[in-house]
Ligand binder design. Sequence first.
Ligand SMILES: C[S@@+](CC[C@H](N)C(=O)[O-])C[C@H]1O[C@@H](n2cnc3c(N)ncnc32)[C@H](O)[C@@H]1O
Length: 240
Amino acid sequence: MTIAYDTIAPSYARHRGGYAFAVAILNRLYGKSPGGPVLEVGCGTGVYAAAMAEAGARTVYAMDLSHQMLRQAPEHDRIAYLQGRATDLPFADHALDMIFSVNVVHHIQNIDDYMRESFRILEPGGVFCTATDSEDIIRRRTPLSRYWPATVPVELERYHDLEMLRGKMAALGFCDIDECEGSMSFPISDVEAYREKAFSCLQLISEDAFAPGLQAMESDLHAGSLHGTSELAFLWAKRP
Ligand SMILES: C[S@@+](CC[C@H](N)C(=O)[O-])C[C@H]1O[C@@H](n2cnc3c(N)ncnc32)[C@H](O)[C@@H]1O
């Protein structure tokens, strides 16, 4: 099932910010690149593109398939937004020094084409980074997997295995392949983001599975505040 990002864009913008740990890791990886133009693929509402520009990247291209997600993104004099598809990147060979995506690769239909395009447009020494959820991260997602366990099998089906992604990167010729994880804990004071299904996995389960989870979360929130955890696995490599 395709997620209707054009429809959920305002809700996404209201409820889904960037993670400071992800910004720190992306900046560290940018420091390993030649330091020129950066492309964020699937930039959505632009939170990471904006953070990279603020951190000093002089030219940031930010691309997304959804016009409405792009409409929510902040204007910035160092960011050029583009509407387009990850498998067809409108750049010349060796044009970019870093390409990254956050929470996007599971939406891309043809990973091989995306990686091949990325390899083509990266400068030698350029960094390719995919921030996504590993199987372990999906299983321990809090609150999503706790209140909506039906999301776990759905997500395991949807997300790519990191070893498989590594194998594809190696087969294309990427080198210095490595990975790390980052996380942060955050207080949850209301259920609005979950009620509005700002997390796409909640749109992929039945109402019968969704409703009891929401009720349980509301009831736990009445009894006291909750804490959630955001985690991401970062898989990166260099173009030789
Ligand atoms: C979960 S959101 C992540 C947005 C942003 N990276 C963030 O972390 O806030 C996934 C985004 O990927 C975009 N997307 C999905 N498939 C895409 C594709 N094939 N090419 C480009 N963008 C795509 C969607 O429109 C959506 O904005």
